[in-house]
Design a protein around this ligand. Structure first.
Ligand code: GTP
Ligand code: MG
Length: 336
């Protein structure tokens, strides 16, 4: 879906285009449309990760100077032009409220869990679930795929699978439990195995093409697990900054996806035990502040009594913190 950009005469001037030059309206402008950016500069920018208007618009001149070997004045001009093409201004509370009316709430199968989440997992947001192995993170992912299709038979789910945990057999069981046609459900899931963190990031960047180029009604993007590759590849203190930087970019790409297409991004995250915590629960989520702050909702999952699972909502923009208890059964998530 191209961004709606109305090209005014003023904008044409800012973009370095002469008034009589024909500018195609309402089409997404590319980096090459920026003043002073030719193929060589565009390639250097792209190699440094500045492929989109937004990344340039929010960059500092110094960053572009380094990335594209241009002068600071040229960098400032490029940034200014990129900013002018994007709607980066303020929206009224009324506009935001209108947007909020389009929010979908994707159910999980468990009423308790749905209630905890204010009626379901929200579109336009990143929901992060973290917890120890076997706590149910992947089961929730499979369940969301089913419930989204129950709510809308055309809904497509994208599953970025980093640990080889996507199971079509599991979806078949859940589909039967929800009274859906298993073949239809499987046809509406697009799965990609991510082999390393770069590949994972690339898949997240390319996910929007399923919508823009293939016209699919993508309602959920799942990344299971969000942090496993990052954790395995960046070992030792010295690599922490680089890891966090990459994770930050990844989370931003995911948020942009959620926001631009009003879809739910569901990510799972592992925990580690902190040896320095003596009182209370020593488990903390991987990914530190970057993941914590970029997720719109955070759920801490743990195993409860008699095979139950306890979901604790620990961060949400508008819901009270609380807990929900559910169980994983062959035909779906159920309340106890
Ligand atoms: P990691 O990925 O290892 O960190 O764990 P996770 O949090 O993703 O756990 P997952 O969602 O895979 O949960 C696994 C648990 O779900 C199992 O231990 C079972 O208790 C339950 N489970 C999975 N499949 C079924 C099923 O077909 N029937 C039933 N009754 N329970 C299932
Ligand atoms: Mg899992």
């Amino acid at each position: 879906m191209p961004k709606e950009i109305v090209i005014t005469d003023e904008l044409k001037v800012k973009m370095g285009k002469k008034n009589e030059e024909k500018v195609v309206e309402k089409e997404e402008l590319t980096v090459m449309d920026l003043p002073g950016v030719g193929p060589a500069t565009a390639e250097k920018l792209s190699a440094a990760g500045y492929e989109e208007m937004m990344s340039i618009a929010v960059a500092t001149p110094g960053e572009l100077v380094e990335a594209a070997e241009i002068t600071e004045a040229a960098a400032k001009k490029i940034i200014y032009a990129a900013r002018s093409t994007l709607k980066m201004g303020f929206e009224s509370g009324t506009d935001i409220l209108k947007k909020r009316l389009n929010v979908l709430k994707i159910k999980t199968g468990s009423k308790n869990l749905d209630t905890l989440m204010g009626g379901g997992f929200e579109s336009g947001a990143i929901v992060e679930c973290f917890g120890e192995f076997g706590s149910g993170k992947t089961q929730i992912a499979h369940s969301l795929v089913i419930q989204a299709q129950k709510q809308d038979p055309t809904a497509v789910a994208v599953f970025i699978d980093t640990e080889n945990t996507f199971r079509p057999e599991r979806l078949i069981d859940l589909a039967k439990g929800a009274g859906l046609d298993p073949d239809q459900v499987l046809a509406n899931v697009k799965v990609a195995r991510a082999f390393n963190s770069d590949h994972q990031m690339l898949l997240a960047e390319k996910a929007s093409e399923l919508i823009t180029k293939q016209g699919l009604n993508v309602r959920i993007v799942i990344v299971d697990s969000l942090t496993a590759h990052f954790r395995a590849e960046f070992i030792g203190r010295g690599t922490l900054a680089e890891r966090q930087q990459k994770l930050n970019k990844h989370m931003h790409d995911l948020m942009k996806l959620a926001d631009s297409y009003n879809l739910l991004v569901y990510v799972t995250n592992q925990v580690m035990s902190r040896p320095d915590v003596f009182f209370g629960d020593p488990t903390v989520a991987i990914g530190g502040h970057v993941v914590a702050h970029s997720s719109t909702f955070r759920i801490y999952l743990r195993k409860g009594k008699k095979g139950s699972r306890v979901a604790k909502l620990i961060d949400s923009p508008s819901l009270p913190d609380g807990e929900a208890i559910f169980i994983v059964e062959t035909d779906g998530l159920k309340d106890v």
